[in-house]
Design a protein around this ligand. Structure first.
Ligand code: GDP
Ligand code: MG
Length: 683
């Protein structure tokens, strides 16, 4: 039998870090609220016991208002863990202990872990832990999850306590309210988690059903009178804080030298009303500059680290491709075999794989910004901007995660309590350019905007953001009309990003990419190869990728839809249409498909490197305006199938889902149309 430990605490208190340390697993650790959505389980052994640890979503309270609160609350009340491990960020003691005062009302043993003790001590602060433990009547252990200190003592304390029966207590007993709680509690003697439900009933604004309803209402009325008619929920919250301030946070001896000041000095600049947004944009621009620039630091022809790595990987793949093509030639492979392997897999996967370094660099940047605590500031800045337009800023974090991948980003929207805001955020996320769309812009833009690729790609990302904000604005004032909910963004302290956790994140990302290439992308390539090498009667074509192929017929059949957008014009137009459509499988497929469909333009395999061949082919079959239009269309159109199915799951109604998809289709078409015409006029 294993002992079940429920890990509970505020967002950003270090639950996942502790979970990973204890279970040696690699959950995603992030320095912003709401990174853990679903519960995660892991195991560790201590002495003769197996501990099963459950990492629950971060919550501020047990009130059933947000989806996370409901998940955690139901877990505690229904699945009844053996012990609660309440992780408390000591640098934010008051807010964190609020949850503790609710947890202690449940009939379950609790151990409190005071985390981030390293930061606390570095600031020369002191706290009397024994006294705190006595006041709370709970065991308290100080730890630093990220530095691995105090973890043995923590396990030891859990080991000593999991078997002890603990009777629920409440800090509210220290106040006049305690009398009413006792009266109410006596009415329901002996039921499970009785104290918790009693207080829940007292807070509830709804009338209580059941046999005791009249007595309950009477006691509630008396209690409310005692507190001058103020709503019980507010009274109880206030009393909890009064208790915490009097008996807990007063135990902290703050040093006069506090690092707070440095952090708040930095915040004054980074979240400044006028400077905040330009700084954010500058940081983003710098990120693109490092990743894509061919004139790094504005020095002519100096590759940025991202470009350098890309060229390096690209050369490697090209050389490998040549070797493989020659080998196939030597062993006398059939032309279709050569075509599938060289023209399909190498041309296709190669085109995408060369962009892996850049995707990783962008991802590394975002991780560093996230881990250092800057993202929360950015979110705060954007929140102000959004608010001035009547929107909520809580959508910003999911939107930002959308730069990585829409799937987790849409799930992150679960932290938004307001249903309409949540729907809206889910709609906006796909407009954020995900990592998989990156190769599309890079390939297309390097063919037309040599030397300015970084600026153009930055522009595309900003366009996505602007379209998201505009659509938000549009929806907010039409179908998704709603009062604005207030949004309190918590500012995590600045931290030095943790190298191991950064590298782990990068490794996870790389592994994911390789898996995707080996499964989905390869399948798409083979499918496209089949469709572009066979005609409607399933005969292998002499000339692959011709307009007589199945794909050619389909592409030409529907290209009229895309003709006004520019990229479908001309002989080769169907290839772009097919590539854009293949993006539904995965966005990387847009480029693998283009790589495949244009691979015949290379006369001989060792004539030119594949990547160069694709660039030349694009220059011959597109105009600058249609290239921009193609990039913009791919930025805005419906996301890949994985994201669409997540959207389906996250949007509760079918109608809502279909409208959302329709919305994206329409917006992408209209905006691309406008962009194409503007660019055509200018150039
Ligand atoms: P969760 O939201 O509660 O799961 O919190 P995370 O585990 O994602 O941690 C939030 C941030 O706090 C991350 O940047 C961690 O690296 C950092 N962190 C966690 N524990 C400690 C600690 O003991 N000391 C310090 N200095 N940082 C920590
Ligand atoms: Mg977490």
């Amino acid at each position: 039998m294993s002992i079940t430990i429920a890990l509970l605490g505020n967002p950003n208190s270090g639950k996942t870090t502790l979970f990973n340390k204890l279970t040696k697993s690699k959950g995603h650790v992030g320095n912003w609220p709401g990174v853990t959505f679903d519960r995660k389980e892991g195991q560790c052994t201590f002495k003769d016991e197996t501990f099963k640890i459950v990492d629950l979503p971060g919550i501020y309270s047990l009130a059933p208002y947000s989806p996370e609160e409901i998940v955690s609350r139901n877990y505690l009340l229904e699945e009844k863990p053996d012990i609660i491990l309440n992780i408390v960020d000591i640098t934010n003691l008051e807010r964190n202990l609020y949850l503790t005062t609710q947890l202690m009302e449940i009939d379950c043993p609790i151990v409190v872990a005071l985390n981030m003790i390293d930061i606390f001590e570095k600031q020369d602060n002191k706290i009397d832990i024994k006294q705190l433990s006595d006041n709370l009547q709970l065991p308290v252990v100080d730890i630093s999850a990220s530095n691995n200190t105090g973890l043995d003592k923590l396990l030891e304390t859990i080991y000593e306590n999991y078997n002890n029966k603990r009777n629920a207590t409440t800090v509210l007993n220290n106040f006049a309210l305690g009398k009413y709680i006792k009266e109410l509690n006596d009415l329901y003697n002996g039921s499970d988690n009785q104290l918790f439900y009693t207080i829940d009933r007292l807070e509830s604004l709804d009338a209580i059903d059941g046999n005791n309803s009249e007595k309950v209402e009477k006691i509630k009325k008396e209690a409310i009178n005692e507190y001058n008619g103020i709503d019980m929920e507010a009274v109880i919250a206030d009393l909890r804080y009064q208790y915490i301030i009097k008996y807990c946070s007063s135990l902290i001896k703050k040093s006069s030298k506090s690092e707070e000041t440095l952090s708040s000095k930095i915040d004054k600049i980074l979240t400044n009303r006028f400077l905040g947004l330009p700084i954010f944009l500058l940081i983003m621009y710098f990120m693109f500059h490092v990743t894509f620039s061919e004139n790094f630091l504005f020095i002519d022809d100096l590759s940025s680290p991202g470009m350098f790595l890309k060229d390096f990987v690209e050369d490697g793949i090209d050389n490998l491709g040549t070797v493989v093509a020659q080998a196939l030639d030597n062993i006398g492979a059939a032309p279709w075999q050569t075509a599938l392997i060289s023209g399909g897999i190498f041309a296709g996967l190669g085109a995408v794989f060369s962009y892996l370094p850049q995707i990783l660099i962008l991802f590394l940047f975002l991780s560093i910004l996230e881990d250092s605590g800057y993202m929360a500031r950015a979110s705060f800045v954007i929140d102000k901007l959004f608010k001035s337009m009547g929107l909520s800023g809580k959508s910003f974090i999911p939107m930002l995660m959308g730069f990585g991948c829409s799937v987790p980003a849409m799930m992150a929207a679960r932290t938004i309590e307001n249903e309409k805001n949540r729907i809206m955020t889910i709609l906006m996320v796909p407009f954020m350019s995900c990592g998989a769309k990156l190769p599309i812009y890079t390939v297309i833009m390097s063919a037309f905007f040599k030397g300015h690729v970084d600026t153009i790609i930055f522009g595309i990302y900003i366009l996505g953001l602007v379209i998201a904000i505009l659509s938000c604005f549009l929806l907010k004032n039409t179908v998704l009309k709603d009062d604005d909910s207030t949004y309190i963004m918590e500012m995590p302290p600045y931290r030095m990003p943790n190298l191991t956790s950064l590298l782990l994140n990068l490794w996870e990302k790389t592994k994911g990419f390789i898996t995707k290439a080996g499964t989905i992308l390869i399948t798409a390539i083979i499918l496209i190869w089949f469709l572009s090498n066979f005609d409607l009667h399933f005969h292998l074509l002499d000339e692959p990728n011709s307009k007589d192929s199945i794909l050619g017929v389909i592409g030409n059949g529907i290209k009229f839809i895309f003709t006004p957008l520019g990229f479908a014009k001309g002989e080769e137009g169907w290839k772009f249409v097919s590539a854009a459509l293949s993006g539904f499988i995965a966005k990387e497929s847009v480029i693998t498909t283009l790589g495949q469909l244009f691979s015949t333009t290379i006369d001989s395999i060792d004539d030119a490197p594949t990547s160069m061949a694709l660039t030349h082919a694009l220059q011959n079959s597109m105009t600058t305006a249609s290239a921009v239009s193609f990039a913009v269309y791919n930025l805005l159109t419906i996301p890949c199938v994985a994201a669409v199915s997540t959207m389906y799951k996250e949007l509760s109604s079918k109608k809502c889902f279909f409208l959302a998809v329709l919305f994206q289709i329409v917006v992408s078409w209209v905006v691309t149309f406008i962009v194409y015409n503007i660019v055509s006029l200018i150039l």
